[in-house]
Design a binder for this molecule. Structure first.
Ligand SMILES: CC(=O)SCCNC(=O)CCNC(=O)[C@H](O)C(C)(C)COP(=O)(O)OP(=O)(O)OC[C@H]1O[C@@H](n2cnc3c(N)ncnc32)[C@H](O)[C@@H]1OP(=O)(O)O
Ligand SMILES: O=CC(=O)O
Ligand SMILES: [Mg+2]
Length: 721
């Protein structure tokens, strides 16, 4: 039971009150009394509105369920369906054209296109790594992954593999920063003379085909050229020259590495990749965010037997061609993802003794923490335009987006911040947002800094919304359905029409196979090609490799081309439900699908509930490690719930699959000393959570996993305490 202290009309968990008063408030100029009074007002005035919006979600869902249940018997008519959606306020009228009016955003939103990294904020080691992932070694990313088609063997440096890496990296340079004559492959020397960059290769002395791509350089302590700063499509890259390294020594021009500007921005995630269920967890999350915003977050790291202290990188300095100083950010531009409108938290009780809405608390506390960045007078700043970037997930329709803007109006008022300091990232990841996207953007037109297609949650919502319409297609087939293409394209089209280009990001979703980098290199070029300023990657290495795509594709030009296409709206495609019509899945296909989903759910849930780990790499039945978070868990559990609901599979069969897969997951975790096997008892909270997600999936709000996961994790924590 949490120990609480009274603050204004609130009962606040002691660790949260102490965090706010001792760590977050000092230095912001906000007095504790003002903060608590403002938070109390926020929770008491906006809490009831929050509740009403959730009731609207439930009411719409139950109307949809009834309608589909009847139409299953009576026959489905598409025009009839659309009329019904309009009648119940699901599909809303679209207003006049407009352009967003967000005040000045940082260049990482307005002009620079590149990868967006996401990281669980509760893991300081990873979060620091992510913040520092603004720059990444292309040589390391190619060497250490399957990007070249195979993985490195053995421990030491293999010069043969190294040669393949260098060949590939130089081929990349030939594309991104081509030479006037010959190839980077044959370069024998690099030099900067009177501010001009010269290259020697097989054709003799040459330089860049476009000399404007040369921006600056650095000289080593020994007086030799050590770094050359180049630029392509607004992204920087650095050629490292170092004859003292094994790689540099073997290179005719002493080139030791190619460093790419990689994670241009990073989402510090308080949502689907973390497991925060109480004040203790929330303080860990807020504390790391505060450390990132103050700039003093540190973490002791032991890697390969070596102890180091991980901290934030400083800026990156160069001398320009004209002798001027060039300062580039050493850190990724950080956003913070708050939770959505759904959950409440035991960290604060309102005057009625009820749990406060977690999203309201997140809004106030994460903005407060970010004030330390806004107040900085020296050293690297996260935002040079004085902005705080908050990603707001899982909103259903314009009314909920308007509610988010109202929350931040109030937060700014309480904290004494200029109106529209907080910029919003709108996750387009619920169906009612996708179908009303233009009106959702309008609802935040003074704050919107990104729209992003979170296709994982979106797929979960696709299944849940039309749960009663019939059995859905399998997870694999779902990816090639008309709705998803229409969803992705419409998001870009509407974003461009609303004037996001040059002001705000139009983003795309996560690469969820963290070890499959060759496949990512092949596939994810489609994101900038589709007009996305940024797309999500699960790791710094993936960011470095995905950065190469933004060198290939000039997103700004691509956005202009797409806008000029005037593509049709495709609302009908968007509303086409991915039903398994006319499909007759074999018993084997059904068993495989259920087992695959069960394995993903269990592999994820067991670490969530037992260890508080919110994002995991879980092998699927083909042994491919998949990034699993709450959104992927929502898909798998909703998929099982849907097939159960329509009798494609029985409860007994699902339970058999869960038990079988629990043994597999136990085996996969054998090496983890903190792991508690689920078999043979199948009675732990984690296994029960997996069962609830499947067997009670149809009645979970919007098919979300949070209520079940929180409840079971809290039980687990209580038992351990
Ligand atoms: C639908 C959605 O909402 S998607 C958004 C939510 N998802 C995410 O945020 C995914 C974030 N990614 C992750 O959490 C992890 O990459 C996982 C869980 C997928 C895989 O983690 P692991 O199995 O530990 O990765 P792996 O062993 O391959 O690599 C670990 C190394 O990579 C680094 N790393 C991995 N992921 C990240 C990351 N997202 N940010 C920063 N560093 C990272 C770690 O710091 C570590 O390096 P270190 O030893 O120097 O500290
Ligand atoms: O938040 C991202 C998603 O895909 O869901
Ligand atoms: Mg999501």
């Amino acid at each position: 039971m949490a120990q609480r202290v009274a603050r204004n009309e609130l009962q606040v968990a002691v660790e949260l009150a102490a965090f706010i008063e001792d760590q977050a408030l000092p230095g912001t100029g906000v007095a504790p009394e003002r903060f608590w009074e403002g938070l109390s007002e926020l929770l008491h005035t906006l809490g009831p509105k929050n509740r009403a919006l959730l009731e609207t979600r439930e009411s719409i869902q139950s109307k949809l369920d009834d309608w589909h249940s009847h139409r299953r018997a009576e026959g489905f008519d598409f025009e009839d369906y659309k009329s019904f959606l309009r009648e119940i306020g699901y599909l809303l009228p679209e207003g006049d054209d407009f352009k967003i009016e967000t005040p000045e955003t940082d260049p990482e939103f307005a002009t620079v296109c590149g990868p967006q990294l996401v990281v669980p904020i509760t893991n300081a080691r990873y979060a620091l790594n992510a913040a520092n992932a603004r720059w990444g070694s292309l040589y390391d990313a190619l060497y250490g992954t399957d990007a070249l088609g195979d993985l490195p063997q053995g421990k030491g440096y293999d010069p043969k593999r190294g040669a393949r890496v260098i060949e590939r990296a130089k081929a990349f340079l030939d594309e991104a920063v081509p030479l006037a004559g010959g190839s980077w492959t044959d370069v024998t020397a690099l030099r900067v003379e009177n501010g001009v960059f010269f290259v020697e290769n097989a054709v003799g002395e040459t330089g860049l085909a476009d000399p404007a791509q040369f921006l600056g350089f650095n000289i080593s302590d020994e007086g030799a050229l050590s770094e050359v700063l180049l630029e392509n499509n607004g992204l920087h890259l650095v050629i490292e020259i170092d004859p003292t390294t094994e790689v540099g020594q073997a290179d005719p021009a002493d080139i030791a590495d190619v460093i790419l500007e990689a994670a241009v921005s990073t989402i510090m995630d308080c949502e689907d990749s973390v497991a925060c269920v109480d004040a203790e967890d929330k303080v860990l999350a807020y504390g790391n965010w505060l450390g990132l915003m103050k700039g003093d977050l540190r973490e002791n790291v032991v890697k390969n037997g070596e102890k180091t202290v991980r901290r934030l990188e400083g800026d990156y300095q160069f001398t320009g061609g004209g002798g001027e100083k060039i300062t580039l950010k050493g850190r990724s531009l950080m956003l913070v993802r708050n939770v959505g409108h759904l959950m409440t938290t035991p960290a604060i009780l309102t005057r009625d003794g009820e749990e406060a809405y977690e999203g309201l608390m997140d809004a106030m506390v994460t903005t407060l923490c970010a004030m330390h960045d806004l107040k900085k007078t020296e050293g690297p700043r996260n935002s040079v335009t004085g902005s705080v970037y908050v990603v707001k997930p899982k909103m259903h329709g314009p009314e909920e987006v308007a509610f988010a803007t109202e929350i931040f109006d109030k937060v700014e008022e309480v904290l004494g911040l200029p109106r529209y300091t907080v910029k919003l990232g709108i996750m387009d990841e619920e169906r009612r947002t996708s179908v009303n996207l233009k009106e959702c953007i309008r609802a935040a037109k003074n704050r919107v800094a990104f729209i992003n297609t979170g296709f994982l949650d979106r797929t979960g919502d696709e299944i849940h919304t039309s749960m009663q319409a019939g059995p859905m297609l399998s997870k694999g087939e779902m990816k090639s359905q008309p709705w998803i293409e229409a969803y992705e394209d419409r998001n870009v089209d509407i974003g461009l029409a609303c004037g996001l280009a040059g002001k705000a990001q139009i983003g795309k979703g996560m690469w969820a196979m963290p070890d499959k980098m060759a496949d990512m290199l092949e596939a994810k070029v489609n994101h900038p090609l589709a007009g996305a300023n940024c797309a999500w990657v699960p790791s710094p290495t993936a960011a470095t490799l995905h950065a190469t795509h933004y060198h290939k594709i000039d997103v700004k030009r691509r956005q202009q081309e797409i806008a000029a296409m005037n593509r049709p709206a495709r609302l009908d495609d968007l509303l086409t439900i991915p039903l398994a019509r006319g499909k007759n899945y074999s018993e084997e296909e059904i068993r495989t699908e259920i087992e695959n989903n069960a394995q993903g759910i269990l592999g994820y849930v067991v670490r969530w509930v037992d260890q508080g780990v919110g994002c995991s790499k879980v092998p699927d039945i083909h042994d491919v490690g998949l990034m699993e978070d709450r959104a992927t868990c929502r898909i798998s559990s909703q998929a099982i719930a849907n097939w159960l609901e329509h009798g494609l599979v029985s409860e007994g069969q699902v339970m058999e699959a869960l038990r079988k897969m629990a043994k597999v997951v136990d085996r996969q975790n054998e090496g983890d000393p903190n792991y508690r096997p689920m078999a043979p008892g199948y009675d732990g909270f984690a296994f029960q959570a997996a069962c609830d997600l499947c067997f009670l999936g149809t009645v979970q709000p919007s098919g979300y996993t949070e209520p079940v996961l929180h409840q079971r994790r809290l039980q687990e924590k209580e038992e351990r305490a």
